[in-house]
Design a protein around this ligand. Structure first.
Ligand SMILES: Cc1cc2nc3c(=O)[nH]c(=O)nc-3n(C[C@H](O)[C@H](O)[C@H](O)COP(=O)(O)O)c2cc1C
Length: 370
């Protein structure tokens, strides 16, 4: 039987009507103070409920895990209640939604930290780059504080609590954000981890935190309602490693043992959300496919259009494809792909922060923005 983007997919206990996923997209439009999702966010996600699976914007599990102003969290009861608006809206519209669990580590700024403290990281090494802070400007990131060994289990615990709150919020599952230079990748890659304790040194030790987080989250949800996102070629956030293939083949092998619902790969052809061509071909998601066992699905993201996605699914390289920017500007992306209809163009100026403009006002084909 030939498989295409519109062939249903079983994902753990769920049956998805298609393989067009909405990628996690930080939009910085939570209600402040408190970083709580509200009605506007519920409308945005409801508009996109025909996706095979929605993965929410990255959602910090800790007050110290925020690195961008106005990102919704999942570390307070009020946030879980806010997310209920979202999950209810998506379910009423017939959709399914996973919460992406996040800790930015060093990709933050004291202005975003409770009490103005330094952001935490595996080692006191700066990421470079800038953070959007509450005053509305960008500030250069600072040298973070290295976590003490006995603090690390506390962060694993925050992921466990975030997973529990996500359950209370009515999500269908969770995705561990292990990509894009944030805390899990900071531990994993040698360039950002110079520790000499049980969380640093060998690949096995650098992957320990990542795998402890996955274990904690699966203990809450069960393995088949948890996904993990990884970005083997990513350098965003100033992370690097001299042996990426070695690191990621070890990590993927270990993750495979968890029998998660899916592994979600950011393809090397995008850096953050900018296209690139100079990458190590081994780091393409298809090269990790042989490590996956059982029912774990492979999701590919990054720079896909209809044609590349249809090819990846048709060739069996991926089981589903996640779209980021195209889902920002096309709430009905599935229907547009199905009818091979033209797509709305996205406006980068309204990606991060702001109002309903560039958020819930992109028209659907039938012109309704319900
Ligand atoms: C506005 C914006 C916000 C993003 N926020 C997140 C995020 O919260 N978590 C994440 O894992 N990736 C995030 N990404 C990366 C996307 O999920 C995706 O990997 C990237 O956009 C490439 O896919 P695309 O070519 O389909 O847009 C973001 C990308 C954009 C454009």
């Amino acid at each position: 039987m030939s498989v295409d983007l519109f062939t249903p997919l079983t994902l753990g206990p769920l049956t998805l009507p298609n393989r067009v996923f909405m990628a996690p997209l930080t939009r910085m439009r939570a209600t402040m103070p408190g970083n709580v999702p509200g009605e506007l966010n519920a409308l945005y996600y409801r508009q996109r409920a025909t996706a095979g699976l929605i993965i929410t914007e990255a959602t910090p599990v800790s007050p110290y895990g925020h690195g961008y102003y106005k990102t919704p969290g999942i570390h307070t009861e009020a946030q879980a209640e806010g997310w209920q608006l979202v999950t209810r809206a998506v379910h009423e519209a017939g959709g399914r939604i996973f919460c992406q669990l996040w800790h930015v580590g060093r990709q933050s700024h004291p202005d975003l930290q409770p009490g103005g403290v330094l952001p935490v990281a595996p080692s006191a090494l700066a990421s470079g780059g800038e953070s959007p802070v509450p005053s509305g400007i960008m500030k250069p990131r600072v040298v973070p504080r290295a976590l003490e060994t006995d603090e690390v289990p506390g962060i694993v615990e925050e992921f466990r609590r975030g997973a529990t709150l996500a359950k209370a919020a009515g999500f269908d599952g969770v995705e561990v954000h292990g990509a894009n230079g944030y805390l899990l990748e900071q531990f994993l890659l040698a360039g950002s981890n110079q520790r000499t304790d049980r969380y640093g040194g060998s690949v096995e030790k650098r992957a320990r935190f990542y795998l402890e987080v996955v274990a904690a989250v699966t203990a809450v949800w069960g393995r088949d309602r948890v996904g993990a996102r990884l970005s083997p070629a990513n350098t965003y956030g100033g992370v690097d490693d001299p042996d990426r293939w070695g690191v990621f083949s070890y990590l993927v092998g270990e993750l495979a043992r968890f029998q998660l619902a899916y592994l979600h790969f950011v393809e090397p052809r995008v850096a953050g959300h900018t296209e690139r061509t100079d990458y190590d071909q081994r780091l393409l998601s298809r090269n990790f496919r042989p490590f996956l066992t059982g029912d774990t699905r492979l999701v590919s993201a990054g720079g896909h259009d209809y044609t590349s996605a249809a090819r990846a699914i048709g060739d069996g390289e991926a089981d589903a494809v996640a779209f980021g920017r195209l889902f920002i500007s096309n709430p009905d992306l599935v229907q547009r792909f199905q009818g091979r209809n033209p797509l709305n163009r996205y406006d980068r100026a309204t990606f991060y922060g702001g109002t309903e403009v560039g958020y819930t006002d992109y028209p659907a084909l039938n012109n309704s923005v319900t």
